[in-house]
Ligand binder design. Structure first.
Ligand code: TGC
Ligand code: FAD
Length: 392
């Protein structure tokens, strides 16, 4: 098979170091060989391929940025490029990598005790333990400050009660990071699988992220040792730091999904004959392809600059918001245009575009909807908070 070279109209690869390119290409090769042949069936059947977890661990995909506990210790740009290649496969696979790295291992490494780090991080690097991140609830999504899950201190234990909804990896996780309201504000807790009163249930009838596990978590009088609190957490701000890590990965990841859709549409348009000529020779089709490529190029440049700012320790959360918002929304538009160019074949899982299109509907919503990021940036540039119509 010809090696995949990737859409790179402005030679953005020249802006990467050799080690960043090597990691990108290694992951790209694995996705081509081990993931893409199966993903369409997994999506159709609603299966996350857990048997690939050891191979992913072997590639160093868990604890990518961790400098200790066996992690790969790569920079943020390299992490982003991994997300790009993984999401060229499927957003569900990138979700798994995002949750492990940014939403589970990052908070344990950043806010956990030495004991928590030693218990979980090496096993997660090896892919032997899986985690999930429980913030969203049935009644609170965009507004996590209003969460209803509670954790009440009783002697040397905490008792948790509540519901978490739409939780990636929920049923396959060995440990859940549960965000809950305490007397001292919102805190994060490690809740282990099998703890009495704690259960995870599949969310069925999903038409998006079908090759990913999405669950509802139930916490009924779940009693955990007090040392299962993440001691370094300082309210919701700490949870937002985790989201910043994950949103950064999504900004890069969605470029991968968009590249897959554009490349499929370009190839299809050159080969599909209508009115005795390839449809790529029609001006209207060319305009669509050019718009797709232009948006991919802009998104790639945004990512590289974002990565460099993050690696220099200068990035602001609103800059990550802009990249997540723009790249998810544009990737979704690109997927919809690709689906259109493929005509009826565009709705078939024989091609990747309908799968990416359906997945990107979720990606545009989770980790802060397009509107929520627009409001965060709007607040930053105007100094006015438009999140709520309620007057303080
Ligand atoms: P806001 O004023 O924005 O922030 C409160 C404090 O937190 C600080 N902060 C950060 N600090 C460091 N790093 C970051 N990335 C930070 N982001 C925020 C901020 O500076 C502030 O600090 P201080 O000292 O001034 O107090 O808080 P707000 O309450 O006004 O926020 C409003 C809003 C709407 C932006 C926020 O609630 C929000 O982001 N809502 C969206 C909820 C969301 O994204 N949920 C995601 C759930 S997890 C998920 O979807 C996983 S998908 C997994 C997969 O990939 O499968
Ligand atoms: P809502 O907050 O109810 O928003 C509904 C609509 O109202 C949106 O269009 C929104 O933009 C708009 N809106 C809300 N507030 C405002 C406002 N102030 N101004 C203008 N418009 C507004 N969560 C986790 O905690 N962990 C996970 O692992 C996880 N994985 C997920 C996996 C999948 C497949 C999905 C679909 C979701 C996942 N989520 C997860 C949940 C996700 O983060 C939430 O769906 C997201 O934050 C939006 O919340 P909501 O669905 O409750 O929408």
């Amino acid at each position: 098979m010809k090696p995949y070279e990737g859409t790179d109209y402005f030679d953005c690869s020249e802006l990467l170091t050799d080690s960043e390119k090597d990691l990108r290409d290694k992951v790209r090769g694995w996705v081509e060989k081990r993931y893409l042949p199966g993903v369409s069936d997994w999506f159709e059947q609603g299966i996350f391929p857990v048997r690939l977890i050891p191979e992913m661990a072997g590639l160093g995909l868990f604890g990518l940025k961790l400098k200790e506990y066996g992690g790969a210790g790569v920079n943020s740009t390299a992490y982003g490029l991994v997300c790009q290649e993984i999401e060229r496969g499927d957003s569900g696979l990138r979700s798994f990598v995002s949750v492990m790295n940014s939403l589970v291992m990052f908070p344990i490494a950043r806010f956990g005790s030495d004991e928590q780090k030693a218990t979980w991080l090496p096993a997660m690097v090896r892919g032997e333990k899986i985690g999930c991140f429980g913030m969203t609830e049935p009644e609170t999504g965009s507004d996590p400050q209003s969460m209803r899950t509670t954790a009440v201190r009783r002697g040397d234990r905490y008792v948790l009660n509540g519901r978490k909804m739409w939780i990636t990896n929920g049923e396959i996780a060995d440990v859940a990071i549960i965000w809950a309201m305490t007397d001292e504000g919102i805190r994060g807790f490690l809740v282990e699988k099998g703890t009495p009163g704690f259960s995870a249930h599949p969310i069925k009838r999903k038409f998006s992220l079908r090759a990913s596990v999405t669950s509802a978590l139930v916490l009924d009088n779940v009693s955990i040792p007090a040392q299962n609190i993440l001691p370094g957490v300082e309210g919701l701000r700490s949870a937002f730091m985790c989201l910043g890590e994950a949103r950064f990965g999504i900004a890069f990841g969605t470029v991968g999904a968009a590249m897959a859709c554009y490349e499929t549409a370009l190839d299809y348009a050159k080969n599909r004959i209508q009115f005795q000529v390839p449809i790529a020779s029609f001006q209207l089709v060319q305009r669509k392809l050019v718009k797709m490529l232009t948006e991919i190029t802009k998104a790639q440049l945004l990512c590289i600059r974002l990565g460099r700012l993050k690696d220099e320790g200068r990035v602001r959360p609103v800059q990550i918001s802009m990249a997540k918002m723009n790249n998810s929304a544009e990737a979704l538009k690109i997927a919809r245009t690709a689906r259109d160019i493929l005509g009826a074949n565009g709705i078939s899982l024989g091609y990747s575009v309908i799968r990416h299109m359906l997945n990107l509907e979720t990606v545009n919503t989770y980790e802060g909807t397009e509107d929520i990021h627009a409001l965060a940036i709007g607040r930053d540039i105007t100094g006015m908070n438009a999140f709520s119509c309620r007057q303080e």
